[in-house]
Design a protein around this ligand. Sequence first.
Ligand code: SF4
Length: 61
Amino acid sequence: MKYKVNDSCIGCGMCTSVCPAVFHMGDSGLAQAIDGEVKAEDAAAAEEAMGGCPVGAIEQA
Ligand code: SF4
């Protein structure tokens, strides 16, 4: 599974707290997802972050 953050991100930081292995804050103050496949051990947290994003900015890529 891969993820991406779309233009709806408001930079709340939730996803980076829930799943720092996959999401980080970029220089713009908005979240970014790692390139490439999410490791199996990070999959549940990444899905939780996607589900919890208040603006639905996290997509499966
Ligand atoms: S949870 Fe959503 S709005 Fe908040 S930083 Fe992550 S992608 Fe952006």
